[in-house]
Design a protein around this ligand. Structure first.
Ligand code: ZN
Length: 448
């Protein structure tokens, strides 16, 4: 882009984004929070938020155990210090210190000696992926258990085992983080991601780290919208926030739930319940230009926290963005979802996709042509490039023709981008340029 035409919002113009350093930054933050044992409540969430707070301003909210949030009740708080299985040989064959996945998440405490046969009832494995440790939860807190690789499980020798899970289930609270960046209007863009998974890199250290990098950069920008970010445990975090912000939730004009953004699959976008909300159109448009085969899905009432934001009482325009769709990749919810599975370049491209969607949201507007009777003479104004054969020149020429043709007061920039098949960024850029040459006037603010 040339400098005289950059006047709009553009996170991608930042130096560290343009040279993809953002991918390394997101990766290293994901790696830093990866070992922490998180759950829907407890110190793992607080510890993670403390690390994110070294980079961004974040308010930490605590919702006490027993609080009613719509049809749900905040459970007892779970914390864990240690967990292991000691074999008859004396060796710790499973140790929570090696991976937080080894303990059944929300496991009640136990300290006992028992024969292998009895222990086996408390061990969870993945026979179809025999070297991976599964991620399993028992949120009721009424069970105890361990997770291990199936091959290791098969090799356990007979004898008496010692098991210990030093966990606690007590009155406490559910913790979530919230960041807010005030823009020119009270209308909000909501970005949210879950913080309740233990050591899983894609699902969802990647999402937590990407949003943190995004907040750092957005905080330096002037924006039309106000931006709200939530880092909460899946389901109960969103339900708690909605319960506490019921009256003002309708300020959310565009929303994105984001997770699993560090692998090379997809990209995947699941539409809001509304189906043709602006966020649905913006994401579809951006992903169509970012990928040859984007995976655009219709809403279903299953998935991540879009389920809560899209419940009928709220029906907010909130979609889900992922690279590979959850549940469809073999690394999902097991120890193969580790720091080798996510890559800086995929994190960087996910960041770019989200930033491009925010550019569409921020820069969307309507212009009206001052020259609607036949085409204006663009060449005379230096607006019809003739550097032979350059595709970008041809694209910009074509974009100018589309913009001049469709800026009749009833088409917005996204309308024009969709109809022309030209990326929104080019359409918006040439529209600014044509307006500078008095060929267009800015129309009324978009009412959406
Ligand atoms: Zn998950």
């Amino acid at each position: 882009m040339t400098s005289q035409t950059v006047s709009g919002f553009d996170l991608l113009a930042a130096d560290d984004v343009a040279n993809a350093a953002v991918g390394d930054e997101i990766y290293s933050l994901a790696a830093e929070i990866f070992p922490i044992c998180r759950s829907i409540t407890g110190n793992g969430v607080r510890q993670t938020l403390d690390i994110l707070r070294q980079h961004i301003d974040l308010e930490v909210h605590e919702v006490p155990t027993g609080t009613k949030v719509f049809d749900w009740t905040i459970p007892r708080e779970w914390n864990i210090r240690e967990a292991y299985i000691r074999a008859p040989s004396g060796e710790r064959v499973v140790d929570f210190q090696r991976s937080s996945l080894h303990v059944l998440n929300y496991s009640k405490p136990v300290r006992a000696r028992m024969p292998l046969q009895e222990l086996k009832e408390h061990i969870y494995t993945l026979p179809e992926q025999p070297d991976a440790v599964p991620y399993r939860t028992a949120y009721g807190g009424d069970r105890w258990g361990f997770c291990m690789a199936h091959n290791q499980f098969l090799a356990l020798e007979d004898g008496t085992y010692e098991v210990a899970i030093e966990s606690s289930l007590e009155e406490g609270s559910l913790t979530y983080g919230e960041a807010f960046l005030r823009g020119a209007t009270e209308d909000e863009v909501l970005l949210t991601t879950h913080i309740c998974h233990p050591s899983l890199a894609n699902d969802n250290c990647s999402g937590l780290a990407l949003l943190t990098a995004l907040i750092k950069r957005l905080a330096k920008q002037k924006t039309r919208y106000s931006y709200r970010f939530l880092f909460g445990p899946g389901s109960l975090g969103a339900i708690s926030w909605l319960s506490r912000n019921r009256a003002t939730a309708s300020r959310v004009k565009h929303g994105i739930v984001l997770s699993c953004v560090g692998d090379g699959g997809g990209p995947t976008y699941k539409k809001s319940r509304i189906g043709d909300a602006f966020i649905d159109r913006a994401f579809t448009h951006v992903l169509k230009h970012a990928s040859r085969k984007p995976n655009i899905l219709d809403f279903i009432p299953y998935g991540y926290d879009e389920r809560q934001f899209c419940s009928p009482g709220f029906n907010l325009p909130v979609g889900l963005f992922q690279r590979s769709q959850f549940g469809t990749f073999p690394e999902y919810h097991c120890s193969d979802d580790n720091l080798d599975f996510i890559k800086p370049e995929h994190l960087a491209s996910s960041f770019e996709m989200v930033a491009s969607v925010l550019s569409v949201i921020e820069n969307e507007k309507r212009y009206v042509s001052n020259n609607p009777f036949c085409e204006p003479q663009l060449g005379r104004r230096g607006l019809y490039g003739s550097v032979g054969g350059e595709k970008s020149v041809a694209d910009r020429n074509m974009a100018r023709l589309w913009v001049m043709n469709l800026c009749d007061g009833s088409h917005s920039l996204l309308d024009i981008a969709e109809r022309s098949g030209i990326p929104f960024s080019i359409i918006a850029d040439v529209a600014r340029e044509l307006a500078e040459h008095d060929l267009l006037s800015e129309g009324s603010e978009m009412s959406r």
